[in-house]
Design a protein around this ligand. Structure first.
Ligand code: ATP
Length: 358
């Protein structure tokens, strides 16, 4: 059974819908990320689950119970915010114990759970420190422990890593995943950072302008985006616009300024379409290569990122495309060299509509 279910939730501020007909479920033990650009409605969605905002339409169920008349303190949720929100005058142990005291947990049990949580968030021996004597990463682990020890039905984390520097973010991201996994806690994490969502979540709810664009595993969202927005928001992509004509079954062809490109059209109908090809799926051809499709291009520049080489080339219609090659000492064509870039039909996604020129 789903631990959390949102059914057709809409929330308006004035006449504008911040969240527009949003529905999803979260299964027990699952980590779900709410991902999307600033202002897309992630935090409003989280606040409605916590009970700090009330939906104008739709229903929220936690553990099968309708939350319509439940105040925040009557919902068994754990909260972690980006600014930690620890009590500065309390020790680490007192901070962690706080929620349990309010819920009437017995004293001996509180002591046991605090010690256990400190082990699990890797802060043993720090129980009597004040938050001001901890690093940002340590403070966030205390905040996690404080929420987890109350054994919530669901943990809600709002941009939990955004106050930390890049290296610490990566380290704590892994730790949070391990800690949430250890507790087996059903969790929702709000983030605008796609790498964070991909690294932390079992599934991602991708939002745009208050609506859900796609709900999928990180892998599926990257490999098979279903909209131009999803393909654009997650990772890098090359785009070729044209008109799709179906040829029976899944086979189709997109007529472009570069010629006809054979594609797998899925269930798309005839009309404007855009091909999305990830840079690692577009490769500089050597003589033996037999791709489904090859495009003429002229190399413009290379960017070395260490293990990878990003090669920027211009297609005959003026489109700039990027391809990614492993930096394995292979001789690469100099800028100005005419090349062929190949890809397989199965590696390119056909999306409905045309992408506005960037
Ligand atoms: N209390 C409020 N009153 C009026 N408008 C609001 C209020 N809270 C949010 N909004 C608006 O609702 C929309 C969604 O906001 P929300 O904070 O949910 O987005 P978000 O995806 O979490 O963005 P961010 O990543 O910037 O926090 C925005 O247009 C925002 O300005």
């Amino acid at each position: 059974m789903a631990v959390l279910e949102l059914q057709n939730i809409t929330k308006r501020f004035g006449s504008a819908a911040a969240v527009d007909d949003v529905s999803f479920e979260v299964q027990r033990g699952e980590i779900l990320a709410l991902l999307g650009p600033s202002g897309c409605g992630k935090t409003t969605t989280l606040r409605m689950i916590a009970g700090f905002e009330w939906p104008d339409e739709g229903r929220i169920f936690i553990g099968g119970d309708d939350m319509e008349l439940r105040q925040p303190y009557e919902r068994n949720v754990g909260l972690v915010f980006q600014d930690y929100a620890l009590f500065p005058h309390m020790s680490v142990a007192q901070n962690i114990a706080f929620g349990m005291k309010n819920r009437g947990v017995k004293r001996a049990e509180i002591g046991r759970r605090v010690a256990e949580a400190l082990e699990q968030v890797q802060l043993p021996g720090m129980e009597s420190r004040r938050p001001s004597a901890l690093s940002g990463g340590q403070q966030q682990r205390v905040a996690l422990a404080r929420a987890l020890v109350t054994r919530p039905d669901i943990m809600l984390l709002d941009e939990p890593l955004s106050n930390l520097d890049a290296k610490l973010r990566l380290q704590l991201r892994r730790e949070i995943r391990t800690i949430l996994g250890t507790f087996g806690c059903t969790s929702i994490i709000v983030t605008h950072d796609q790498e964070e969502a991909m690294g932390l979540a079992d599934r991602i709810v991708l939002m745009n302008k208050g609506r859900i664009e796609q709900i999928d595993t990180p892998h599926a969202l990257y490999q098979t985006p279903r909209t131009l927005f999803a393909a654009d928001f997650i990772g890098h992509a090359n785009w070729i616009g044209g008109m799709l004509s179906r040829r029976g079954g899944e086979a189709g062809v997109v007529k472009t300024a570069l010629g006809e490109i054979p594609v797998m059209s899925g269930d798309l109908g005839d009309g404007p379409a855009t091909l999305c090809i990830r840079p690692e799926r577009l490769s500089l051809l050597d003589a033996a290569a037999r791709p489904d499709t090859a495009l003429d291009a002229v190399v413009e520049r290379h960017d070395l990122t260490g293990a990878d080489l990003r090669i920027w080339s211009r297609l005959a219609d003026g489109t700039l495309v990027q391809s990614l090659e492993k930096n394995v000492g292979r001789h690469l064509p100099e800028p100005g060299t005419a090349v062929r870039l190949g890809f397989r039909m199965a590696d390119c996604v056909v999306l409905p509509g045309r992408r506005p020129q960037a």
